[in-house]
Design a protein around this ligand. Structure first.
Ligand SMILES: Cc1ncc(COP(=O)(O)O)c(C=O)c1O
Length: 422
């Protein structure tokens, strides 16, 4: 890990940085649609100040370590929770599928994009979660768009937790039905919102199992109870819960010792070391969404190599059962030690551990200083989090060593003090 010169004071870096265009476009002036976005130069300002935290090329990605700007860094900013991206079995499965099927099926699942690997993967997911059926999409984002837009048709309602991932908001925006939000994890407010939905209207409640920014866990037992009382279906997006929650990594329901919710959305782009997404639940629902979910029909199929990698990763969760408890233990340790240093970690209960910062500029400066000291994290600013509530998202991998974590804590302590965060 390379040591570097300390970053200059935040006030120096922020001098002249105007945060007015954090929201992107300005007023429209006439017919030229490009005109209203032409003043957006915040990214360039941030680059010039050396504070731009996005689209950073990762030159080599080995799992717990990576190479960025020619320097080796400790990776605390991936979603590779189980450390499977470079597992020999995952690599071999992807390479074999690439050799057999080529890089793309050049078409949608519906027509010419389905291979036996896609079908095997769907069966494996259903078996893994203990549900009847699953369907595979090209990304988790598209799984939410497909499931929500197909189900929440005209006259139907989606009731979503205010803190859910953008793909759920976008699924709701795409759906012909209506939607309401309830306050994050607030069951009394959910009940109130549900009572105001037309009595006989079909409805579904949607939440993340693990919140992607805070690392908090949804109160699933209470959510299920409200939904049962209100005769309402429940969809849980377990993108970050598969592999991190439950004794065997089966997600939020298993964490609470519950049966799976009515529908589960998941992704392969986190614990499952690949790309792609799925919806899992009763067969009549997967059959419907498979034929009416536009992101299933009108986009190219998940590449076979990605399907093969996810399939191999799913097998490895069970064949190498040490990974799930290891990443959970790392999460526990880092929450305890970061909290002891004085960091505010929101309500994290998982290996996703956000460090609350507040100001966007301060978050970017903290991120930069950590990177200069060999620690790669993710600066999260609006629109991923509300404006003025910027945070540094750290996340952990089952294959991180104790020595790597000790080293990270030393750097966090030093730089956290320097930036006045602790
Ligand atoms: C909660 C949640 N749902 C869905 C997604 C989308 O997953 P994918 O990367 O497979 O598109 C993400 C990704 O960040 C997520 O955090």
């Amino acid at each position: 890990m390379t040591q570097a010169k300390p970053t200059p004071a935040i006030s120096d870096l922020a001098a002249g940085l105007s945060l007015d265009d954090l929201d992107g476009a300005g007023e429209s002036k006439g017919r030229d649609i490009f005109q209203r976005i032409s003043n957006f130069d915040l990214a360039d300002q941030a680059r010039a100040a050396g504070l731009y935290p996005f689209f950073k090329p990762i030159e080599v990605n080995e799992g717990t370590e990576a190479v960025v700007d020619g320097k080796r860094v400790l990776m605390l900013g991936s979603n590779n929770y189980l450390g499977l991206t470079r597992h020999p079995e995952v690599m071999r499965a992807a390479q074999e599928a690439l050799a057999k099927h080529g890089p793309s099926m050049t078409g949608s699942r519906l027509l010419n994009g389905t291979t036996p690997l896609h079908e095997e993967l769907e069966e494996r997911i259903a078996g893994f979660l203990g549900v009847e059926s699953a369907i595979v999409f090209s990304t988790g984002y598209l799984a939410n768009l497909g499931a929500i837009s197909a189900l929440v048709d005209r006259g139907c309602w989606a009731i979503i937790d205010k803190g859910v991932h953008a793909s759920i908001y976008d699924g709701v925006a795409m759906a012909a039905g209506q939607s309401r939000r309830f306050r994050h994890d607030d069951m009394a407010h959910l009940e109130e919102v549900l009572r105001r939905i037309p009595d006989q209207a079909p409805r579904i409640v949607i939440t993340d199992g693990v919140h992607s920014m805070t690392g908090g866990v949804a109160p699933l037992p209470e959510l299920m109870e409200v939904c049962r009382r209100q005769e309402t279906r429940l969809l849980v997006d377990d993108a970050h819960a598969i592999g991190t929650l439950g004794e065997t990594g089966r997600g939020t329901a298993s964490h609470f010792g519950l049966e799976p919710p009515d529908l589960t959305i998941g992704t392969f782009s986190k614990s499952l070391a690949s790309v792609g997404g799925f919806m899992a639940g009763p067969r009549d629902v997967t059959e419907y969404v498979k034929h009416f979910g536009r992101p299933m029909i009108f986009t190219a199929a998940l590449p076979p190599a990605s399907a093969a990698a996810a399939l191999a990763a799913l097998k490895l969760i069970d064949e190498e059962p040490w990974r799930v408890p290891r990443v959970q233990a790392i999460g526990e340790r880092m929450r305890r030690d970061l909290q002891a240093l004085g960091f505010d970690l929101s309500d994290s209960q998982t290996p996703i551990i956000p460090i609350q910062v507040g100001s966007e500029v301060q978050a970017a400066a903290f991120w930069k200083d950590l990177l200069d000291h060999g620690i790669y994290t993710n600066a999260s600013i609006t629109p991923a989090v509300p404006r003025g509530q910027a945070l540094l998202r750290t996340s952990y991998i089952a294959t991180h060593t104790d020595e790597q974590l000790d080293h990270a804590l030393e750097i966090f302590a030093e730089i956290g003090h320097r930036h006045g965060i602790i």
